[in-house]
Design a protein around this ligand. Structure first.
Ligand SMILES: [Zn+2]
Length: 242
């Protein structure tokens, strides 16, 4: 048995019904029809906190403090062009024991790009990360969750496993920490009922540039860790499900 969740049969059936369904599947985070994608493990007491679109100066630095205080390791999907500008911060993320992943060089919609551009985006971010942390990168998350067979094929050729999510914090909207925490907690409870692990999509950065305001996400993270501190819940990186 693989610990990776497979898409529901209904989705596979829908997918062969027409190209419209395929386009939908390209955006549905847990769809497997275009190839293997890592979502979550089968232990409902495991949570992977994942943060996209960094590194992002103050927000990332505060997040590292919050995680360190509770001894929790998270997964960071970083944008290569920001990595080039903030390599010291990227080294801080990796040396604190967090998992660092590829989120492309410039955050385009990969499903709309040529194979050549997809390769440049993924390889460029790999090189930026490897220059910063000195070790190879094994995971990537497509911007906007969008993908097509070429994206997954090229990623595989570069030694990358695609990672999606099964809880959306919706924290790219201007939400309060309470609203973000509520979105995440509801998702974790839903996953526990369905007996699966929780892969939470949050953002410590924003793809429009370094300096995006993300402190509500950091505050929500702090409260989430407090909320589950005395519980059986265990925080993992996505590599522990691979
Ligand atoms: Zn992103």
């Amino acid at each position: 048995m693989t610990p990776i969740q497979l898409a529901a049969g209904t989705v596979l059936t829908t997918a062969v019904a027409g190209s419209g369904a395929a386009a939908y599947a390209a955006l549905w985070p847990q769809s497997q029809i275009f190839g293997r994608v890592l979502v979550a493990g089968s232990n409902p007491n495991e949570i992977a906190l994942t943060y996209d679109d960094g590194p992002n100066d103050e927000a990332t630095e505060r997040l590292l403090e919050v995680l360190a205080r509770r001894g929790v390791h998270a997964t960071f999907f970083l944008i290569g062009s920001f990595v080039r500008q903030r390599s010291g911060l990227v080294r801080s993320i990796a040396s604190a024991g967090h998992l660092v992943g590829n989120h492309t060089m410039t955050h385009p919609w990969l499903s709309l790009q040529s194979s050549r551009r997809i390769r440049e985006e993924l390889a460029g971010c790999n090189t930026a990360l490897e220059d910063a942390i000195g070790s190879p990168v094994r995971y990537f998350r497509p911007p906007h969750g969008a993908r097509r067979p070429a994206v997954l094929r090229i990623a595989r050729e570069l030694g990358l496993t695609a990672v999606q999510w099964n809880i959306t914090a919706f924290d790219w909207n201007p939400l309060s920490a309470e609203e973000i925490l509520s979105n995440v907690t509801k998702g974790i409870e839903r996953n526990q009922r369905r007996r699966r692990g929780s892969n939470v999509l949050m953002h410590d950065g924003g793809h429009l540039g370094i300096g995006q305001p993300r402190l509500p996400t950091i505050e929500a993270t702090s409260r989430l860790l407090e909320q589950y501190e005395a519980s059986r819940m265990k925080f993992v990186t996505v590599a522990e499900w691979d």
